[in-house]
Design a protein around this ligand. Structure first.
Ligand code: COA
Length: 291
């Protein structure tokens, strides 16, 4: 198979591998996590998708019902607010009566050197990515315990090499990896598995648009192509299925080897210039005001 072809999940996994299972996917209304939600449904699971904006969720649910023939419930909630997540999980349980697969995917990110991050900007990303993951998992725990379920946390490789412009996301995602290990350890005896997927640069996503504003040529991937959402779908189905019943406490990196590349190959002035260039592309007015 060519490196440049990612075949559909239905060519690899049976349609019914998740039959009878029910999933709760934060961030499932768009991007990578929408792909994860869709793949779970395509292979038999019923799915709740959760994010802040109900209209976007309902549009995504409609589209995915049509593409998979599966069942989707759309519930608006902000993962930063545990009370909203409690309401969302209660709605999920009232609708489906069980919860087998939790995907913690809701995330926020942007590029900035640490000294240019406001206190609120740093806190916002920690609250969405890290605290949101804790809030959702703690609230889902009794239901995952009842089903001997599986947790899939969406992580990142950014912390491994101290990615520049990413102090907020590095801190948050390193925390997510740590939580995932603790849950594998604490809840393995209850039959709950906890793993992470760390996606690399995935084409046509908000993440790519925000994190590689200079274009895909600036992204180096040893395997020779950008990732596709489908690459993450494959990893999700593997970890959610019985094929991974003895797999817990792992971070499955799906990035074509991208993280193996050095993070900082320039001197400090060049990094500052690179940040300025990015800001000019992303938000020209703000860039002029701040730097
Ligand atoms: N550079 C520096 N600071 C930034 C920024 C940027 N590109 N974008 C936002 N911020 C700052 C804001 O200025 C604000 O800080 P301030 O109050 O001190 O000015 C803080 O971050 C919060 O931003 P705000 O837009 O008010 O918060 P929000 O809760 O609505 O949004 C974000 C959260 C910032 C993470 C937003 O990018 C988001 O919602 N992202 C979701 C989608 C996403 O990023 N996906 C990519 C996944 S890789």
């Amino acid at each position: 198979m060519s490196n440049n072809v990612v075949i559909p999940t239905s060519s690899i996994f049976k349609d019914d591998i998740l039959k009878g299972k029910v999933a709760f996917v934060t961030g499932g209304g768009s991007g990578i996590c929408k792909g994860m939600a869709e793949a779970l449904a395509r292979h038999g699971a019923k799915v709740t998708i959760v994010s802040r904006t109900l209209s976007k969720l309902e549009a995504a649910a409609k589209e995915m019902r049509a593409s998979t023939g599966g069942e989707f419930l759309a519930v608006a909630a902000d993962v930063r607010d545990h009370k909203q997540i409690q309401v969302a999980v209660d709605k999920h349980m009232a609708h489906y009566g069980r919860l087998d697969i939790l995907v913690n995917g809701a995330a926020g990110n942007f590029l900035s050197l640490s000294q240019h991050l406001s206190f609120n900007a740093f806190r916002s990303v920690i609250e969405i990515d890290l605290i949101g993951t804790f809030n959702t998992t703690k609230i889902c725990f009794p239901h995952l315990k009842a089903s001997k379920g599986s947790i899939i946390n969406v992580s990142a490789t950014l912390p491994y090499n101290g990615q520049v412009f990413q102090s907020h996301a590095c801190a948050a995602k390193a925390g997510v990896d740590a939580l995932s290990l603790v849950w594998a350890n604490e809840w393995g005896p209850l039959g709950i598995r906890s793993n992470c997927i760390a996606p690399g640069p995935i084409a046509n996503t908000v993440g790519m648009a925000k994190l590689a504003p200079e274009g895909t040529d600036s992204v180096r991937v040893p395997i020779g192509r950008l990732g596709e959402v489908r690459d993450i779908e494959h990893a999700t189905l593997y970890l959610a299925s019985e094929a991974a019943s003895y797999v817990t406490g792992q971070v499955l990196i799906v990035d074509g080897g991208n993280w193996l590349q050095p993070s900082l190959e320039f001197g400090y002035p060049q990094v500052c210039e690179q940040e300025l260039n990015m800001r000019e592309i992303m938000e020209p007015e703000k860039a002029k005001a701040k730097l």
